[in-house]
Write a protein that binds this ligand. Sequence first.
Ligand code: MG
Length: 265
Amino acid sequence: MRRAMWGAATDIGRVRRVNEDAVLASPPVFAVADGMGGHAAGDVASAMCVDVLGALADIAPARLSREQVLHQIRKADAAVTSAAVHPDRIGMGTTLCLLAFVDGSPSGRCVLVANVGDSRAYRVGPGGLEQLTHDHTVTQELVDRGEIAPHEAEGHPESHVVTRSLGSGARLDIDWRLVEAGPRDVFVLATDGLTREVPPDEIATIVRASHSPQHATDALVAAALGAGGRDNVSVVVVVPDADPASSPVVDPLDAETDRRVGVLA
Ligand code: MG
């Protein structure tokens, strides 16, 4: 039996008038979603997405399969797609980046990471920061094809255009991978309101300097706001193995008092 800890936050940012992001922190499932679609629609799409995924809450990780999670993502896609036929909601959709504890390895340390769109998952571990997801954007495709250099993606006119989303009505193509979580690993899920404002090395530094997942979450959101806060910003930080003796971001006192602690049987 092991204990996980997590933190979650979403902020409207300093420029936008609506928060179209949504977060989910309902173990064994964690997610961020970044809605799109203009007036009063993007927030509906992202909220609907995390609501459908929330149905997986409280399932013991040993009983939750990768197939169940992917099936639920497809249900969320179908729900957003059918709601998007409303005249006020044409074109609405949402990104999704998800982490779930699933039954996938003898050690019980297996996490499923899945994404659609440009919200990201990072792992901050002893070896540094690793981006676990691949952005589904026009500019990332240009980089992948060698047509532009990675540094040219930033500031490119189409850098915000996602090539995959939930609710598009197209066949849903979900990227997913199973990751064996090490005892010192910290996972960060974030919308582009964080990843466009705060570079990866700074994200790693902030996470390492934190004493609890919620502290890390709040510090990351504050960094995005401090860098301009030009978009909604949402962050979920998950420590799968919250043993204060080994985890770099778990203070024993916080582990005792923080209510965002779950026992993963
Ligand atoms: Mg965004």
